[in-house]
Design a protein around this ligand. Sequence first.
Ligand SMILES: O=P(O)(O)O[C@@H]1C[C@H](O)[C@@H](CO)O1
Length: 285
Amino acid sequence: IHSKDQICHEDYQRTADWLLSQTQHRPKVAIICGSGLGMLADALKCQDLFKYSDIPGFPQSTVKGHAGRLVFGELKGKTCVCMQGRFHMYEGHSLIRVFKLLGVETLIVTNAAGSLADSYSCGDIMIIRDHINFPGLAGLNPLNGPNDDKFGPRFPPMSGVYDKNLRKMAFDICKSMGVSQCVQEGVYCMVGGPNFESIAEARLLHRLGVDAVGMSTAPEVLVASHCGMRVFGLSLITNKVVKSYEDNASVSHEAVLEVSKMRSETLQVLVTELISRMDINNNTA
Ligand SMILES: O=P(O)(O)O[C@@H]1C[C@H](O)[C@@H](CO)O1
């Protein structure tokens, strides 16, 4: 976010042009892999793979469980680009606009998240219906600064951002996969991190009606939506957020990665099937 303020259209374009000169792939779908969910990219065929360190203008991914590679390839005949390693707000970058300039029309975001909803279990998949962007509400927004009208409007709406048709399609796919008992639809709340929530913060989020909390996604989604991309999001529930002072449990990034690993195959099948059912040429599901 912070360094992004200084990045202009020409910078994004330079990075996009470099990538387009290095690969024949022309992706219409971008996938962002959440913590421990990097194997979503493994399903891509005919891969062209770029380490972030080799891409001009790309920063480094610093979080364990985020490999730091951009993978281009085909998924069931659809051309995709997959971010194996995202940039979190606490790391200071957002590069969604490079995807826009590559020609991407649909963004699929995944993340690891802790659940506040009492009915959720570890390992559940939450289809994101909407989000609460806490840093954004407090003025920390990737759209801060002069607006570039080439990307989108100064005051973008945020209602209906998570595409309804794709959400329904994902539900249907989960049913046919026989996993609908562990699929939820709910509200993701982004907090700044990098610390996990205190019990008092967890209680506040619970009272606000938040279903799952994490440290990403909202900035990516709002930049994508600002520049006209269709958005679909999934949270993998990796832990139940501790809400009681009587509860001695505590979360760790290692525990988050362990649950992600256990469920990543299910997510891979779901995302692959979703992309295969999408009509990505006219951007309608
Ligand atoms: O990239 P995501 O949102 O999946 O990462 C989550 C949030 C923190 O970065 C980390 C905590 O374990 O995982």
